[in-house]
Design a binder for this molecule. Structure first.
Ligand code: ZN
Ligand code: ZN
Length: 289
């Protein structure tokens, strides 16, 4: 059995291995070289953020037992999607193009989750975290998880990526999400070079700023190019990484933002303000009397 067969046959164990491996590495890095001082108890946040992860994994297995890889197998069997319909000779090119295209789709999906008010309601749970660390990277509302799986299904049906590409993409996305939410310090020069190839913690932290213009920038999770190409890139937060405030203006209560029941209720609370498209108001004209 070669490597790709092993990965396909052991999808769940491969994904779990990467999840706990990266979690352990990032947790250690955060202990040794933290970037910011925490505002909420780490034990409390971690218990609840990881609680969401377990809830989501459980829910996904029930709702979509074979997940995205299953959809790729289905598309392959029926000859659906560009890469299944047309026969491309270069397997590596198909693999790389599939992963890059799926990453672009995730970028667009993320922009949509910020712009459309009803989607923002779900996504703001991710942003309501009052601190920013490795566990923020896996903290998403179950409704957002289900919706993004449906969007992934649609992308797979149109694209027809190889099954291995889908699994590789999901493992990379999970790993980079945990990496780029890390409360970790790295040399400025290393960050500068690295962010040409992958979204770094300093790059994604800008996206978790309380300031609307900073929240609505750096949507990439994995490849940093989409933000640079499409004009949503912002190098650093205005107040600096130590001085900036993490989270959302309307959600500052620790219990609401950090406890599991509080987090799950976020999509159903209060009005959509500031951040989504409809909440962005023009500046009031100056009174000229
Ligand atoms: Zn976001
Ligand atoms: Zn994030």
């Amino acid at each position: 059995m070669n490597m790709s067969e092993f990965v396909m046959n052991h999808e769940v164990i491969t994904r779990l291995g990467f999840f706990f491996g990266i979690l352990a590495i990032m947790a250690l890095w955060e202990l040794i070289a933290p970037r910011r001082v925490r505002t909420v108890s780490k034990v409390f946040r971690w218990m609840n953020n990881l609680g969401v992860v377990f809830l989501n994994s459980f829910l996904l297995r029930i709702v979509f037992p074979t997940a995205a890889a299953g959809m790729a197998v289905f598309a392959q069997k029926h000859g659906w999607g560009i890469f299944n319909y047309f026969q491309f000779p270069h397997k590596t090119v198909v693999m790389v193009s599939s992963v890059v295209t799926m990453d672009f789709a995730i970028y667009l999906q993320h922009v949509m989750f910020h712009a459309v008010p009803v989607f923002w309601r779900m996504h703001r749970m991710h942003h309501a975290d009052l601190d920013f660390d490795v566990t923020t990277g896996v903290r998403f509302h179950p409704l957002e998880i289900i919706l993004s799986m449906l969007i992934k299904f649609a992308v797979i049906i149109v694209l027809g990526p190889p099954v291995l590409a889908v699994i590789v993409f999901e493992v990379i996305l999970n790993a980079t999400s945990m990496f780029n939410h890390g409360n970790v310090r790295m040399l400025r020069g290393v960050d500068y070079v690295l962010r040409w190839f992958v979204v770094t913690p300093d790059m994604h932290r800008v996206h978790h700023s309380i300031e609307v213009d900073e929240t609505n920038s750096n949507f990439g999770f994995n490849l940093p190019w989409w933000d640079r190409l499409l004009g949503t890139y912002r190098a650093q937060p205005c107040m600096g990484h130590e001085g900036m405030t993490i989270g959302l203006r309307d959600f500052r209560d620790t219990k609401r933002c950090t406890s599991l029941p509080g987090m799950l209720a976020i999509p159903f609370l209060s009005k959509v303000t500031g951040y989504a498209i409809t909440g962005r108001t023009r500046e009031k004209p100056k009174d000229d009397h």
